[in-house]
Design a protein around this ligand. Structure first.
Ligand code: GLP
Length: 261
């Protein structure tokens, strides 16, 4: 796992955007795995800027989002489909037909899960998967103790996750309690993973994900198994890491081809 500690969210997000932009420049028909939440917002803004000011071309790019709430239609302003359209897709030249978000309103949710896996496989797999981290260590909506080999499935959200996300819903009771999410096995199949975590609320989850034992109690720790996982943190989120100085040392002594320029 490559751990990159940056001064603040702004610098971390600009670096994340740079990494994704490079993937798109090197492979114009790249398949991007995308995430929602507050964490990647600034990263999306920077990708939009790169599209507008530097011609970053998304016309041949395909995207697959990690997850969606069960029962929320694309027209609901808290659905992840809505989030992606408002915060990213409508500002770039992506072909909407190439953007995929699980359908939380599908009549047969199991068929939707199987179909989502098939669509990812048909697209040739995901080149880079962007991830955030829940306060309880979840990735996508894979809550603690879920199978580390899971494929796209339906998950019951934990009380903590619901509370963390409830502000935007107005009330806890009106929130969907279930979600469709790529499984941890699905995420680990991506050729590359890029996880962002910022702020003091993530400190324990980051500690467990990076330095704790590989355990379903912290789904993010599954990234320890990934051959090419990059984690970008700000100083606050990195505050609990025992080996922070080691990660900084590694970062400073990279060979030219290893640097994220
Ligand atoms: C949500 C999403 C995750 C996201 C995480 C963190 O529940 N399902 O994909 O990474 O929680 O959210 P935030 O970035 O807002 O802290």
């Amino acid at each position: 796992m490559e751990v990159l500690i940056r001064e603040n969210t702004e610098i971390g997000c600009l670096l994340g955007a740079k990494i994704i932009a490079r993937v798109v420049r090197e492979k114009p028909d790249a398949v991007l795995g995308l995430a929602t939440g507050r964490t990647p917002l600034r990263l999306y803004q920077e990708l939009i800027r790169l599209h507008r000011d530097e011609g970053l071309d998304f016309s041949r790019v395909t995207t697959f989002n990690l997850d969606e709430y069960v029962g929320l239609p694309a027209t609901h302003d808290q659905s992840y489909r809505w989030f992606m359209r408002e915060n990213f897709f409508r500002h770039i030249n992506i072909d909407q037909k190439r953007t995929h978000v699980p359908d939380g309103t599908a009549k047969d949710l199991h068929a939707e899960c199987r179909g989502y896996e098939q669509r990812i496989a048909d697209a040739g797999g995901i080149d880079i998967q962007l991830l955030g981290l829940g306060r309880n260590g979840h990735i996508g909506f894979n809550e603690p103790t879920g199978s580390l080999r899971s494929r796209t499935w339906i998950k019951i959200l934990s009380e903590q996750t619901l509370r963390d996300n409830s502000a935007v819903f107005g009330s806890f009771d009106s929130m969907p309690k279930h979600a469709i999410t790529m499984g941890i096995g699905t995420i680990l199949d991506a050729r590359r993973c890029l996880l962002l975590a910022f702020g003091p609320a993530k400190v324990r989850a980051v500690e467990h994900m990076v330095e704790g034992p590989l355990s379903a109690i912290c789904p993010g720790s599954a990234l320890q198994l990934h051959p090419r996982a990059t984690v970008i943190l700000d100083e606050n989120a990195a505050a609990g890491l025992r080996y922070a100085d080691h990660y900084r040392w590694i970062d400073q002594h990279k060979l030219d081809w290893q640097k994220h320029r």
